[in-house]
Design a binder for this molecule. Sequence first.
Ligand code: GLU
Length: 402
Amino acid sequence: MSIKLSKNLENIPPSATVTMTQLARELKNQGKDVVSLSAGEPDFDTPDHIKEAAIDAINRGETKYTAVDGIDELKEAIIKKFKNDNNLNFLKENISVAPGGKTIIYNAMMATLNPGDEVIIAAPYWVSYPDIVKLASGTPIIIKAKEENNFKISADDLEKNITKKTKWIIINSPSNPTGEVYSKAELTSLAKVIEKHPDLYILSDDIYEYLLYRGSEKFSTIAEIDPEVAKRTITMNGVSKAYSMTGWRIGYCAGPKNIIDAMRKLQSQSTSNPSSISQWAAVEALNGKKEFLKDWLLSFEERRDMVVGMINSANGLKCLKPKGAFYVYPSCNGIIGKKTPDGRIIKNDKDFAMSLLESKSISVVHGEAFGLSPYFRISYATSMKKLEVACNRIIEFCDELE
Ligand code: GLU
């Protein structure tokens, strides 16, 4: 018997980042010597003081349902974080906590979109933005950013794409998949356009806020730049990337009370509260010491530099050196149309990623999934040793093409 699936679900593919990472995992389980550069997750262990806070929570019996959108202690820690880091002032009624940043975005879109509502998204984008919009019956409006503009859109690009139906714009800086960072001046010029459109809401995905490298200017988020725009902004963050807590599933946001109320109502009918134990761990992550981050940043920077150098030495590949997150987004334009030793033509970036996985056991994510081809995403959140092996195999793969 086959069941007819929901039209909204039928219209979207599975997440490419999750799929490629799972494929690499399965090949590894079969004994293949796979190096996975497809997972957007730091390889560092969650710091001990955070793990201990979770163990303490279990021992205290914090193992029951909590308030649907987060315990008071976590909301207080989040309010403090926004105040100290971003100079933003919120009350508890402005805060929502969910099982991961992805769920925050999902809740925001599901709670606010109606058929025909448009959401502006700059490509390359994180794979799930347009598909979450579609699941929520909205229409993604994609603005293709150019490599020569460091994959960023301008105020002009934004203005041209705003219509009467535009409900949201999603901003993500530092960016997944490019690692590029919007400067304060660039965000200010976007904010000036947004100011002119009082019905336009902004979702600022700041999940990579702390992952900025030397030479980058200080982190800015759009809500701190413009108080008018701030009234219409959901500022989203989480503990996954900065504290290496991807598996704990804690994302959070701050924004207008009416949207936060609607997100709570939705969450009360879906996941209910995020894990009570993870919430207590997140309280410690936000309030606790952060010294470990300095070492992590130095490691990431060293890895980025090596990867960018090696990829640029590969035949037919070209790679910018971004200042944030832990991704690079090289162009594979120079190898499109070439043939592998077994006679397969690389027609697009998906062929490139699949051939690389099959012949060299390196998993990357094809640019098509991020809305801009021909590129691919490398996550360099893995050890120097593995990165070196992986880049050497990529160079070898490119050398063998005819
Ligand atoms: N954000 C990470 C990535 O882009 C996690 C996987 C996902 O949920 O897409 O790889």
